[in-house]
Write a protein that binds this ligand. Structure first.
Ligand SMILES: [Zn+2]
Length: 536
């Protein structure tokens, strides 16, 4: 009797050992921010088939699960994979593989060196570069293309200057463009020295040469998307929204995901031409594992820097202009109606208070009152006092880029005068519906979600200035900032059931950082390194 009982206990113990559930991955000894509704913490989780199957404390997970791969996080902080709510993923990739980055080159020789590296990585018929600035060189004079001829004989080389108004072109490009020392064009110029073209072309003449650059072929486009993905994963991004794509690019992304080459999730906003809208809308909402298509991108106005953003009153530093609305009301109605009828979100770029005001009027006609359609206003940069409330009344979602605030804060006041108080008013916008979507608009800003987080909470330049931060009443708390780059971005594309938090049943997208951004000294946040990015 005694023996039998003893044996039973042994057997029970053995069975409890052998019934551990087999999973693919366990992460334990971690400081996990799950970013669930309660903002709970955890120590460990288990992943099977790319899905979180258990989240809890070390003991629970280690005693119930056995895994083929186990990661001891050594106490490090783990967060849901970061999501960028507004970027130009495909354009960023194109920049990377097509154009050698010549910014900051301190000599013509350095330009040549960087071009050689680029040429070996991304060989193409045209060798392109951008960002040179002769003012940084030992002799701050316009270059001559003879060094290009020496380094790249017979090649078409075109290098745009940092301001985009000048190019340096090789002899082969000048020939193709038909530019010789006698060439004349209004609003342009080809520099001539000792009776020959130096290769420096200005303004309209530069545009003539630029227009000859052929569009990318398919291999280059694939390379561009893969390079963009590589950098995004390195930065801790597991999902990006691409704000405005054509049919061919979305289909290329789709095909790369089908073959498993592209693992990052892309929420693709479609361009607002009828062909693109009809192509996708007739398929309904597209909700694949790594591709979401359910929104259309339109523009209400331009940008603040170039005074294209539409303001309700004239610019403070240019009283003759107040910017402009880019499209007709017929156009906005047409796109909104199509989106409304097909269950697509409308995502409208609006920077000035006049741009936001105008599109809010149009949204209101369709949305009528509170709703869950999640139509968005991208940037939402300057908002008239009376319009904040309309975000709430019509449940319009502000899609913000907190690094735009820190990039613009030194000069935006000149454009706006007193209206600066209602600019980059992210906390006030957040209060309207209780959430915002955050992103970067990369490549306009750096791709780093850490910088986005830091700009949201600190509202300072990366060097910590100004020490008191900019209009801090509109800073986000760290919890809000973390939500704004994870679960709220997921919600911004209707993916909150699948992405954005570390919860059972969701995609196992997570990142491990070298420090806890929720607790780190504020000025140290920008130094944060991504140690691991895991994507379903
Ligand atoms: Zn954008």
């Amino acid at each position: 009797m005694k023996t039998t009982k003893f044996l039973t206990i042994i057997l029970l113990l053995m069975s409890s050992c052998t019934t551990k559930t087999a999973v693919d991955l366990i992460v334990h000894n971690a400081n996990v921010y799950t970013v669930d509704e309660q903002f709970s913490k955890a120590e460990a989780f288990a992943v099977k088939d790319g899905i979180f199957v258990a989240v809890g404390n070390d003991n629970d997970i280690m005693s119930h699960y056995t895994a083929t791969e186990t990661i001891d996080a050594q106490g490090k902080a783990v967060y849901p994979g970061f999501m960028d709510g507004h970027s130009h993923f495909s354009g960023y990739g194109e920049n990377l593989v097509r154009w050698a980055d010549l910014r900051g080159c301190l000599s013509y020789e350095e330009v040549i060196e960087r071009l050689k590296v680029h040429d070996s990585l991304y060989p193409a018929e045209w060798l392109l570069g951008r960002g040179w600035d002769q003012n940084l060189w030992p002799v701050p004079e316009f270059p001559d293309n003879d060094k290009l001829a020496e380094a790249f004989p017979g090649r078409k080389v075109l290098l745009t200057r940092i301001d985009g108004h000048a190019v340096l072109a090789s002899k082969e490009v000048l020939e193709q463009a038909g530019i010789d020392p006698n060439y004349k064009l209004d609003g342009g110029m080809a520099l001539v020295k000792d009776g020959r073209c130096t290769g420096v072309l200005l303004d309209n003449t530069a545009d003539v040469a630029k227009a000859l650059v052929p569009s990318m072929n398919k291999d280059q486009r694939i390379q561009a998307l893969l390079k963009a993905q590589e950098n995004c994963l390195d930065a801790g991004l597991t999902s990006v929204t691409d704000a405005g794509l054509d049919i061919a690019t979305i289909e290329l992304i789709d095909s790369l995901q089908e073959t498993g080459l592209l693992k990052i999730h892309v929420n693709a906003m479609v361009n607002p031409d009828d062909e693109t809208m009809d192509h996708f809308m007739k398929q309904g909402v597209i909700d694949k594992q790594r591709l979401t298509v359910r929104s259309v991108k339109i523009y209400a106005d331009g940008a603040l820097g170039s005074r294209g953003a539409k303001l309700l009153e004239p610019y403070s530093d240019a009283p003759e202009t107040s910017g402009l609305i880019l499209e007709s009301d017929d156009f906005y109605h047409h796109v909104c109606q199509k989106a409304y009828d097909n269950g697509y979100q409308v995502c409208c770029h609006a920077i000035g208070d006049g741009g936001a005001h105008h599109i809010l009027d149009i949204y209101a006609e369709f949305l009528k009152g509170q709703n869950d359609l999640r139509w968005r206003i991208e940037h939402s940069q300057v908002i008239a006092d009376e319009d904040f409330q309309r975000y709430h009344d019509y449940c319009v979602i502000p899609s913000i880029q907190t690094t735009h605030c820190t990039s613009d804060m030194d000069w935006a006041g000149e454009r706006l005068g007193d209206r600066i108080k209602n600019a980059y008013a992210y906390q006030r916008l957040l209060q309207q519906n209780g959430w915002v979507v955050n992103g970067t608009d990369f490549p306009i800003e750096d791709i780093s979600p850490i910088y986005t987080f830091y700009a949201a909470v600190a509202r300072k330049h990366l060097d910590g200035t100004p020490s008191e931060g900019f209009q801090m009443e509109n800073a986000l708390t760290r919890e809000q900032a973390l939500r704004s780059i994870t679960t709220w971005v997921a919600k911004g594309c209707f993916l909150e059931d699948r992405k954005g938090s570390i919860e059972v049943g969701k995609d196992a997208d997570f990142v491990m950082l070298d420090r806890d951004i929720m607790k780190a000294e504020e000025n140290d946040i920008p130094e944060t390194k991504v140690e691991l990015t895991h994507i379903k």
